[in-house]
Design a protein around this ligand. Structure first.
Ligand SMILES: Cc1cc2nc3c(=O)[nH]c(=O)nc-3n(C[C@H](O)[C@H](O)[C@H](O)COP(=O)(O)OP(=O)(O)OC[C@H]3O[C@@H](n4cnc5c(N)ncnc54)[C@H](O)[C@@H]3O)c2cc1C
Length: 534
């Protein structure tokens, strides 16, 4: 049995080793010679002190609940920068009183009924990979709270081969779900970067964004129907390929971030595994040319699976390219047809905007190993290692985080300039210096979803203050320029102030009314998405 780190990203045994941390220290010292990293040892669970539980596990729930130290510590936070810093420094003051691991809906209903009767807060929990502080509760907002972990409800229950759909329990993590679908010769192909630990229910509750750069970007596009257990009863939508019957119940449950009820299962559109794959990488001397190529590709109707633009800094820090060019990673996949005409036309579009092919194009069929060479392979390795590196950076006293958004094409240049000015300015003011990079994770015919990474040297005892100053500068710039506070990281508690500025006021009132109907005692996820005292 492998153990997940109780404070950092991922598996305990995959946290960067001392050698890796030394290498990272060397790299960062090159960027920040005046404020070099300050390495400290990883914390141990033995050194952590948790608050005494404010409520004991009741007899009626005892069969599926635990107040074990590792369970409580591991469910205290999600995985954003502030979470990692608090965990690393041993602050577990908001630990839940206990953690429930239901195996069926009856147990969820029993827990909710007990919580309503006792006035105890319940936090639905999938993989705990939230980066918007959506699975934690302070003692002030919930003096007694328990975490409801869906991890034991992780089965593919039914497969419909005719319609290519599957009924899947909400607690299935990415690899667990994939493994079961593979037994039926099917696949989901929804891969957020957090795929190893995040769950189907979490993806639906947060409107997660997967690996498709175009067409099927959010999990919304794959949901056929949802089943949710609320404190007021079960709500289940009808399985349909489409429907024009009023506002969609699915759309109400997707993105509800655990405030209306607990998603227990969903019918999901699945696919036949890709047989044909095509890959290439293209380099651009000018960022504007690369952006223009992305827009043309997004509007071409070719629908590349991957259309990931890395600016020169992003390419450099991920060791994808060291020549200060901007790199576009392009890929197509299909279970049905070979992809040469699509790739050829995509490369023509890039060439028309001064793009130079750096690797490929390569064309592979099922059974042939996917290329791990070139910019694409290097990017894939860096992409899945990045969360571990972020935990290591916390142990080096660095500030390292990301934020993401979406905006229409004509406003992207102004947004990009405003973000650079605000974030670089905040890093200079609060940290002395910093690095900011940008990539496009998804592109739409009407605009890109830019994703920014910032890295800056932190000051002992002031890390969270410095981090928040940068985060606030970023959030303010996004909202000021008319972008969204999040393209796929959700709202939680962290993004709520900016979300309130973004959403229509009346819509906020409607959310509150729905919450009042489904969770009248207000036991679920207080202050996530909407303010409790609204
Ligand atoms: C390193 C890293 C990379 C990431 N990459 C991506 C990415 O590529 N794309 C992306 O979209 N996001 C990404 N995220 C954010 C995060 O992984 C997503 O928000 C994910 O969908 C959360 O799933 P989870 O199962 O971990 O949910 P949790 O973190 O456990 O919960 C998130 C929210 O959903 C609610 N919730 C969870 N399960 C249920 C349920 N069954 N019923 C009702 N409510 C529920 C929780 O109460 C909470 O409000 C990343 C995060 C990290 C740390």
């Amino acid at each position: 049995m492998r153990t997940r780190s109780f404070w950092g990203w991922g598996w305990q045994d995959e946290l960067p080793s001392q050698d890796e941390r030394d290498q990272l220290t060397g790299l960062l010292s090159g960027f920040f010679a005046d404020h070099p990293p300050r390495p400290a040892a990883y914390p141990s669970l033995d050194d952590i002190v948790l608050p005494e539980p404010a409520v004991a596990i009741p007899e009626v729930l005892a069969a599926f609940c635990s107040a074990d130290k590792l369970d409580r510590a591991g469910h205290t936070y999600g995985k954003n920068y502030r979470d990692l810093v608090r965990g690393f420094s041993g602050d577990f003051s908001p630990a839940p009183d206990f953690v429930a691991y239901p195996e069926n809906e009856e147990q969820i209903q029993a827990l909710l009924a007990w919580a309503v009767a006792e006035g105890v807060t319940v936090v639905p929990y999938g993989g705990g990979t939230t980066v918007v502080e959506a699975v934690e509760c302070s003692r002030e907002e919930a003096p007694r709270h328990v975490t409801l972990d869906l991890g034991r409800m992780d089965r593919v229950l039914e497969v419909d081969q005719e319609c290519l759909a599957a009924r899947i329990q909400a607690g299935a993590r990415g690899p667990v779900l994939q493994e079961q679908l593979a037994e039926h010769g099917l696949t989901f192909r929804h891969y957020p970067q957090s795929v190893e630990f995040s769950t189907l229910g979490g993806w639906i509750a947060t409107r997660a964004g997967g690996h498709y750069a175009t067409l099927y970007t959010h999990v919304d596009d794959f949901v056929e129907s949802i089943r949710m257990v609320t404190p007021e009863g079960v709500m289940e939508s009808r399985r349909l390929p489409g429907s024009g019957a009023g506002p969609s119940p699915d759309r109400m449950m997707i993105g509800s971030e655990g405030i209306f009820g607990v998603i227990t299962e969903a019918w999901i559109r699945v696919q036949k595994p890709p047989v044909y794959r095509a890959n290439a990488s293209v380099k651009f001397g000018q960022f504007d040319d690369a952006v223009a190529a992305c827009r043309a590709l997004a509007q071409s109707g070719l629908y590349p699976t991957n259309c990931r633009l890395l600016d020169a800094t992003e390419a450099l820090i991920n060791e994808v390219s060291g020549d200060f060019t901007h790199v576009l990673l392009l890929a197509f996949e299909s279970s049905d047809h070979s992809l040469k005409p699509w790739m050829d036309r995509a490369l023509e579009i890039c060439a028309e905007r001064k793009g130079r092919v750096a690797t490929g194009p390569t064309f592979k069929e099922a059974g042939e190993r996917s290329s791990s060479e070139g910019e694409g392979g290097q990017w894939r390795d860096a992409f899945f290692r990045a969360p571990y590196r972020q935990s290591a950076m916390v142990s080096l006293g660095m500030i390292a985080d990301t934020f993401e958004t979406a905006i229409t094409w004509e406003r992207f240049p102004a947004l990009h300039a405003a973000v650079q000015e605000a974030v670089m300015g905040a890093m200079r003011e609060h940290c002395g210096s910093g690095l900011l990079s940008c990539r496009f994770t998804h592109v739409y015919p009407d605009g890109p979803a830019p994703y920014y990474t910032f890295i800056a040297p932190g000051q002992e005892g002031k890390l969270l203050e410095q981090w928040y100053a940068i985060k606030k500068a970023a959030g303010d710039a996004l909202i000021r320029e008319g972008a969204t506070i999040t393209h796929h990281h959700a709202v939680g508690k962290l993004h709520r102030p900016w979300y309130e500025a973004q959403r229509p006021q009346l819509f906020g009132d409607v959310l509150k009314v729905i919450k009042g109907r489904l969770d009248p005692a207000g036991i679920l996820n207080p202050n996530v998405l909407i303010r409790r005292d609204d």
